[in-house]
Design a binder for this molecule. Structure first.
Ligand code: ATP
Length: 444
């Protein structure tokens, strides 16, 4: 019996059988030719037989080539075939190394039956969907290092297919930079206008709709710049965005907020609470307005009626929360009620709370608020505790050394499990861009 590491796959076993038969046939054809030419027998049967065998070998080789081209999707381009072939080969090797196969008897020999593999490459081979057959519930595909086997490709998300017959891996080429770079306002405006008025771009492969959002990241991880890229997109859309800024640290976001809309910017506790009240008041007005329209379309949202979105950006929420805890209970309850209302009712009405902080543990952000923010970003290299509080326990986080503005996120539909994202690189003066937009539009 072959030892575990030398166990052949069915494909290898077939190949050995096929090629040894072909070799034998070739030898026979050659010998017949030799006999004929050396002995000058002129026996027609010998000639015919050698020709027949040569043709047979040619047909088998041709058939093999066609099967190889078909298996590796050569009809969709040789590059595709090559990539498919190389990656499938690497994965098959990784399965053998990790013992992820079933042992079967084949032509009286024990072979390793590997799972079926399919790779669907997408645009420019930068992304792909890899499906691996779920062959045995007792074996853990986690033992196979898929990212390692795939060399340049990295697993972004992994999940079980709906019928549970396949493990699906969303993979991307790590050598291709997903980050968008904008050298001026015009560049980000053109990009943003390619999307609809209620969709924002994150990176080359991620666009998201508006939702309540939690943005977490240690200092210097790129949170503020991530916000800048989203705010600039909002200001260049065809529909007006009403952005409210609460910045208890009175830092760069407050400066930007004052430039965009001073009356919707607050830095002190009292002003922030008043701003929250005014935000809620606008939401109540929208509720009445939308209710009348819903008589015509029951499941519609603000976007169906081209209503303006309202975004309340709460920077350094932890520092606000710390001061709030020192205030009387009545005040604390009022603030929490204001925020909960937006988080729970705002989606259909077009009112969204965006909370920005360095850590999202329960002492700083009440669980009911956190759990009802559908979009969550964790930028930079965060501690495990931060990932757990943001995304919950038992969730796999793609491990990477994250650059500035890079991290993981979850978002309904787009990313149900944490997926890598990389916010745009902005290489221009943000304040100048905002001032220009304000002058141009006269509305921001
Ligand atoms: N997307 C980006 N484009 C250009 N520069 C960036 C980007 N992200 C970060 N930077 C650079 O990194 C610095 C730190 O980023 P940023 O201020 O956004 O981090 P932060 O997470 O908001 O930090 P803090 O919590 O201390 O405010 C910025 O001053 C900027 O120079």
């Amino acid at each position: 019996m072959l030892s575990q590491s030398k166990l052949r796959t069915k494909r290898q076993q077939n190949a050995i059988l096929l090629y040894s038969s072909l070799l034998m046939l070739t030898v026979v054809a050659y010998s017949l030719n030799l006999i004929d030419s050396q002995l000058m027998l002129g026996v027609d049967q010998l000639k015919d037989m050698s020709t027949l065998i040569t043709r047979l070998v040619a047909v088998v080789v041709l058939f093999q080539a066609v099967v190889w081209l078909y298996r590796n999707k050569a009809y969709r381009g040789l590059k595709y075939a090559f990539n498919h072939y190389v990656n499938v080969l690497r994965l098959r090797r990784a399965f053998l190394d990790a013992n992820y196969f079933n042992k079967r008897l084949y032509l009286n020999t024990e072979i390793a039956e590997l799972p079926k593999i399919n790779i669907e490459f997408k645009t420019n081979f930068s992304n792909a969907i890899l499906s691996i057959e779920n062959i045995n519930i007792n074996k853990d595909i986690g033992d196979v290092s898929i990212s390692f086997a795939l060399k340049n490709f990295i697993v972004d998300r992994a999940y079980l297919s709906k019928n549970e017959n396949f493990f699906v891996f969303e993979i991307y080429d790590s050598t291709i930079d997903q980050q968008l770079k904008f050298n001026d306002l015009q560049a980000i405006r053109s990009y943003s206008l390619q999307l609809d008025d209620y969709t924002l771009v994150i990176d080359k492969s991620t666009n998201i709709s508006l939702y309540g959002t939690l943005l977490v990241g240690q200092t210097g991880s790129g949170k503020t710049y991530a916000l800048y890229s989203l705010i600039l997109q909002m200001l260049t859309k065809n529909v007006k965005y009403n952005i409210y800024f609460a910045d208890p640290k009175n830092s760069s976001l407050a400066v930007l907020g004052e430039r965009i809309s001073a009356e919707c910017t607050a830095t002190s506790m009292e002003d922030i609470i008043t701003l929250l009240q005014s935000f809620n008041k606008s939401m109540e007005d929208r509720k009445t307005e939308l209710k009348n329209k819903l008589n015509t379309k029951l499941e519609a949202t603000y976007a169906d009626f081209q209503y303006e979105p309202y975004i309340f950006i709460f920077d350094e929420f932890a520092s606000f929360q710390t001061v709030l805890q020192t205030m009387e209970k009545k005040k604390r309850d009022e603030v929490m009620k204001l925020m909960s209302q937006v988080v729970l009712q705002g989606r259909q009405l077009g009112f969204f709370l965006w909370i920005v902080m360095q850590k999202s543990d329960a002492t700083l952000l009440p669980t009911n608020l956190r759990e009802n923010l559908p979009v969550k970003f964790v930028l930079g290299n965060a501690e495990n505790q931060t990932y757990t509080t943001a995304f919950g326990t038992g969730v796999d986080i793609p491990s990477r050394d994250f650059n500035l503005g890079q991290g993981v996120f979850t978002c309904p539909i787009v990313a149900n499990t944490p997926k890598i994202c990389h916010f745009s690189y902005l290489d221009f003066d943000i304040l100048e861009a905002v001032t220009f937009l304000k002058k141009e539009r006269g509305v921001v």
